[in-house]
Design a protein around this ligand. Structure first.
Ligand SMILES: C[S@@+](CC[C@H](N)C(=O)[O-])C[C@H]1O[C@@H](n2cnc3c(N)ncnc32)[C@H](O)[C@@H]1O
Length: 241
């Protein structure tokens, strides 16, 4: 089982799966949230926004942003994820969804828009993963990433960021205990079991400052680098020169 298979198979709440829109979390609220990230831009976001754009959703999960891009009239969305479970779900909304590891990407500058939301901080080398994403983008195209913000590591009470003692404890727990702990966190701090499991279970959970991420964009030759509006995580995008 790939690392994220368990959560995509078991921890999504039953209530969330009762209709297709919710299953992919592809509803008006999500689309609005998605577009909020770009509201300062003047490239994609003059109407008709994503219409006609060739897009890549790298680390798509079950496909909530794939679905948003489709609803925003992208001409094509390719979606990949290393989790088979995620792709089994995503394939239901996108035939161009496949199992793949970001680290295996080869240079292929074909996309107008590359999105990688909440993914590269789970790889063993996020900076390298970032370059892999850039290697898929056309000149003049946009890359958008979401990564964890170092400033909010405290919220996870030692299970994320340094020191790592709590991480060791987490790794020693049975699945049942892990889910119990997620339930406790959800009751205490809000959110749901799936969200907490998603935050705590991955082997790698790197977090960054916005200055660090801005530097990556700069090093790779992006201009127009902008921070999105979701305060808790870092959402950043730029245009490849
Ligand atoms: C937190 S989920 C985010 C999913 C989706 N982007 C979203 O916002 O709903 C992280 C996803 O990244 C995928 N992932 C992690 N490392 C990956 C890699 N090296 N290559 C491809 N996918 C990866 C996981 O399988 C998981 O589905």
């Amino acid at each position: 089982m790939a690392e994220f298979d368990y959560q995509w198979k078991y921890t999504l709440e039953k209530d969330n799966l009762e209709n297709e829109e919710d299953m992919y979390e592809c509803n008006e609220k999500r689309i609005k949230e998605f577009l909020e990230q770009f509201k300062n831009k003047n490239w994609f976001f003059k109407k008709p926004s994503f219409k006609g754009k060739v897009c890549l959703d790298a680390g798509c999960g079950p496909g909530r942003w794939t679905c948003a891009l489709q609803k925003l009239n992208a001409s094509k969305v390719d979606s990949f994820d290393m989790s088979h479970e995620a792709i089994t779900r995503c394939k239901k909304i996108n035939p161009n969804a496949y199992v793949f590891d970001i680290m295996e990407l080869k240079e292929n500058h074909v996309y107008d828009f590359v999105l990688s939301w909440g993914v590269i901080h789970h790889t063993n080398n996020p900076r390298k993963a970032f370059s892999k994403l850039v290697s898929q983008l056309k000149k003049g195209g946009m890359l958008h990433i979401m990564v964890y913000d170092k400033r909010n590591d405290w919220f996870y009470e030692g299970y994320r960021g340094e020191p790592t003692q709590k991480r060791k404890e987490w790794n020693s727990l049975t699945m049942e205990k892990k889910l119990e702990l997620c339930k406790e966190f959800a009751e205490k701090k809000g959110g749901n079991v799936h969200g907490w499991f998603d935050a705590l279970n991955p082997e790698f959970n790197w977090s960054y400052t916005k200055e660090e991420i801005k530097e990556w964009f700069g090093e790779e030759g992006f201009s127009n680098i902008k921070l999105g509006d979701m305060g808790f995580n870092i959402n950043m995008n730029g245009i490849l020169e």
